[in-house]
Design a protein around this ligand. Structure first.
Ligand SMILES: Cc1cc2nc3c(=O)[nH]c(=O)nc-3n(C[C@H](O)[C@H](O)[C@H](O)COP(=O)(O)OP(=O)(O)OC[C@H]3O[C@@H](n4cnc5c(N)ncnc54)[C@H](O)[C@@H]3O)c2cc1C
Length: 395
């Protein structure tokens, strides 16, 4: 299969690379230390169309394909994985379910602003008692007249203190298990919505991650996304698409780490010669490069499958079921690969790699979450195994 980029996709790659090198890299260390959100940079990326890449032009977005989106994500993460996750959440798990399941009024209200990056989106599924086991969420939504009243706690909400709209999942029927979950579009100004805590994280320090308390949070009934009971399906579908972005984020981070390691290996001298002249170092670099290429191919393939499914306008459920294992394979391999590559990049730097003065130290910390969020590696393996066993006639 040919993964060469079209001229438009090459232009996206070059434009984003240039932007990240000039607008983000110079301030990255300072922002990381201050845990500072890259407000100006996200605003500019929004104006360039990168906050709403997958939103069609008729709804105010850039109307681009998933391969272009993966290319953008890789280039952003090559310099900074925090900026990448901010873009990933608003582009995929926040905007995509709204585009697919929103009614005309909801799309009109939120999509153009999301598409232009005037507001950022967030996705609230995880709770203190339920992460991988999403059907186990305990938040409740009770219909009272023309409102729903939401109660519960959401944790690990990326973009949690800066979003204009949150896709929130809560149970409208606690007895119905997975079929009792419903999705809502919640604005931070709705009564009873409160950012109750900031997560104190290992990495991704430019990206705010928060806990949200919903205490009798009043959501207009018109802000229910899809039908009652459809919420878990909406969430899982969104995550299938989201995982392509996380795979691309992993490829970009690994590419950045490899470039830093190769540069350092040529500069650093030991025993009278550059360390790059040692076969041990060359083999590490060769393995890093090979694994990155493999992960990039899996990621672009999953993106191509998504684009093909969208173009075929298949039934939403069918398309998502076919995409799921492709997205999981890309996310599983790319996220674990990025951790191996970041580990080797630190190793090649020696003690310098353990210093906060180097990029690879930050990349090593940022890589760790890739095998955890948007579904752990164990959950990806479950999706992949179920699919292959189903194809082999079931268990
Ligand atoms: C930086 C960051 C940002 C995040 N952003 C968001 C966000 O924006 N929105 C959101 O909703 N969530 C977000 N999350 C949450 C993330 O998606 C969850 O952490 C993830 O789904 C795992 O859930 P958990 O942490 O509760 O782990 P658990 O589900 O408790 O799992 C713990 C361990 O048990 C394993 N395990 C669980 N069940 C099984 C099983 N059946 N078989 C084998 N192993 C199993 C897991 O793989 C894992 O290793 C974020 C998390 C982080 C760290």
């Amino acid at each position: 299969m040919d993964f060469s980029l079209s001229s438009d996709q090459q232009l996206i790659r070059d434009t984003v690379r240039q932007f990240m090198e000039t607008e983000v890299r110079p301030v990255l260390r300072e922002y990381e230390r201050a845990h500072r959100f890259p407000t100006e940079q996200i605003k500019k990326l929004g104006e360039m169309g990168y906050c709403g890449m997958l939103i069609p032009e008729e709804w105010g977005g850039a109307g681009m394909d998933t391969v272009s989106y993966a290319v953008m994500m890789e280039e952003v993460a090559r310099v900074d994985a925090s900026t990448a996750v901010i873009l990933s959440v608003t582009n995929s798990v926040a905007s995509a379910p709204l585009l697919k399941h929103g009614n005309e009024a909801q799309k009109k209200k939120y999509l153009p602003r999301l598409g232009r990056g005037e507001i950022i989106g967030a996705f609230c599924l995880t709770e203190p008692q339920a992460g991988s086991d999403a059907a186990g969420i305990q938040s409740r939504a009770e219909r009272r007249g023309d409102e729903y009243v939401l109660n519960g706690t959401k944790i690990w909400v990326t973009n949690g203190d800066i979003s204009g709209v949150y896709v929130v999942f809560a149970k409208t029927d606690a007895a119905a298990g997975a079929r009792g979950v419903t999705a809502f579009l919640v604005e931070p100004s709705f009564p009873g919505f409160r950012v109750s805590r900031y997560e104190d994280k290992m990495g991704l320090l430019l990206s705010p991650t928060v806990e949200i308390a919903l205490q009798d949070c009043r959501v207009p009934a018109e802000n229910r996304l899809g039908e009652e009971g459809q919420g878990l399906k909406i969430a899982l579908e969104a995550l299938d698409g989201g995982r392509i972005g996380i795979a691309a984020q992993a490829v970009g981070l690994a590419q950045g780490a490899l470039e830093a390691a190769a540069k350092y290996a040529k500069q650093r001298r030991a025993f009278g010669k550059p360390i790059a002249e040692n076969q041990a170092i060359q083999w590490m670099l060769a393995d890093m490069e090979t694994e990155i290429e493999a992960a990039r191919a899996l990621t672009l393939y999953a993106a191509t499958v998504r684009d093909r499914e969208s173009a075929a306008k298949d039934s939403a459920e069918g398309a998502s079921r076919r995409l799921g294992p492709h997205a999981s394979r890309a996310k599983l391999y790319a996220s674990e690969m990025a951790n191996r590559v970041a580990y080797k990049a630190v190793q090649i730097h020696g003690s310098a790699g353990y210093s906060r003065e180097t990029d690879v130290e930050r990349m090593y910390r940022d890589a760790r979450v890739l095998t955890i969020y948007e579904g752990t590696s164990e959950m990806q393996r479950t999706v992949i195994a179920r699919d292959l066993l189903r194809a082999a006639g079931g268990l």
